[in-house]
Design a protein around this ligand. Structure first.
Ligand SMILES: *Cc1c(COP(=O)(O)O)cnc(C)c1O
Length: 375
């Protein structure tokens, strides 16, 4: 390695001693699976999302699958989504037997292009799964106007958007289903985990059944199974981590935003014209700054750029490769050129380090490395 500074990964979770102690308490308690900590976490999340029902799960993938099942979506139905996401977003559509229909993204926000969405709606369309990429929300007014006009359900893939807002209202506190991930890279995490914000008690009851083998219980030994559920419940160990993380959510997001601002100030106003690279939208109102992306100019080979940065002790991510170009999706008829913006972004995007334990010197180090690798 060409320099003595410690390796800077693109993300790293922050866990305090109180959380470690709380996990140890769970381990000593004898009750490790879903129990009082899961209930407490769900209650806190429900309060956070304006009193809407919230149920926790062991991922932010099954949350979306279960939302689709609750909405009754399956074989013969089409669900519109974005090709620019983690593959989970499209996989869940196929998992329930429905057909994914992709709509290209907006080149600036990297979110699904809502102006192109209407043209993809057919009589079979039942739902939309938009993604709030990097925590930058989609235009919620446009999104829900379309959903209402065509009577479509919405499953917001808000995996990256906890704490993001739209016109002062929290993502998840309004709208239809909102799915959050607590995977270890997200703004708050439970190791692995997720939660689903639902519309009413009936949906919440159904979510509980899908979460655990379709089981409902009454009295001491009353049990029935009336739907096909899976095994998706969160452990109390994970929930104890989540409760510890919730205490820091506002502070974590504020730190991310401050670091993002610092990125913009160090890149400077002429960075884009000088290098041909693209910076993200400088949104300091709605975004929770889950990630800080730059799009490399076409002249730069991403793998080589990542290697050069790695040699300088800096880890980068890439979020995401266009979903429709994976073999599994190509086998379903998708090909190159169908969604050119997502394809370009998928090839040229890199994720710079951004996490709450970073400081301004780390940002300065990344910016100077990026500038030297691009020159
Ligand atoms: C993380 C993520 C998921 C999947 O969440 P898991 O908890 O890993 O299952 C889905 N969509 C997006 C956009 C994500 O960032």
């Amino acid at each position: 390695m060409s320099n003595a500074l410690p390796f800077l990964p693109f993300t790293k979770p922050s866990v305090d001693e109180a959380t470690i102690a709380a996990v140890a308490d769970v381990l000593r308690s004898g009750w490790l699976t879903s129990g009082p900590n899961v209930q407490a976490l769900e209650a806190q999340l429900s309060e956070y999302f304006g009193g809407r029902p919230v149920r926790s799960f062991n991922s932010g993938t099954c949350t979306m699958e279960i939302a689709l099942r609750i909405a009754g979506i399956g074989a013969g139905d089409e669900v519109i989504t974005t090709p620019n996401s983690w593959v989970a977003t499209a996989n869940v559509i196929i998992e329930v037997g429905a057909t994914p229909v992709f709509v290209d993204i907006d080149p600036r926000s990297h979110n699904i292009d809502l102006d192109k969405l209407e043209a993809a709606i057919t009589p079979r369309t039942k739902a939309i799964i938009p993604v709030h990429m990097c925590g930058l929300p989609c235009d919620m007014d446009k999104l829900y106007a379309l959903a209402e006009k065509y009577q479509l359900r919405v499953v917001e893939d808000a995996a990256q958007a906890i704490g993001s807002t739209w016109k002062g209202k929290r993502i998840g506190a309004f709208g239809d289903f909102a799915s959050f991930s607590f995977q270890v890279n997200k703004n708050i995490m439970t190791g692995e985990g997720g939660c689903l914000v639902l519309n009413n008690a009936a949906e919440a009851k159904l979510a509980e059944k899908y979460r655990l083998q379709g089981v409902s219980r009454t009295g001491l030994d009353g049990i029935d199974v009336d739907v096909l559920g899976g095994k998706y419940n969160m452990t109390d160990i994970a929930a104890a981590i989540g409760l510890g993380q919730m205490k820091h959510l506002a502070e974590f997001n504020a730190k991310r935003m401050a670091l993002a601002k610092h990125y913009f100030s160090l890149f400077g106003g002429d960075f884009e014209t000088q290098t041909g690279a693209e910076l993200p939208i400088a949104d300091f109102e709605n975004s929770n700054w889950h990630m800080f992306h730059i799009v490399l100019p076409e002249r730069i080979n991403r793998a080589e750029f990542m290697q050069q940065m790695m040699d300088l002790g800096i880890g980068l991510g890439y979020h995401y490769r266009a979903i429709h170009l994976f073999s599994f999706y190509r086998a379903r008829g998708f090909t190159d050129g169908m969604f050119p913006i997502a394809e370009r972004i998928g090839k040229q995007i890199v994720t710079l380090p951004l996490f709450p334990a970073m400081n301004e010197n780390d940002v300065a180090r990344v910016v100077s490395a990026v500038k030297s690798c691009l020159s």
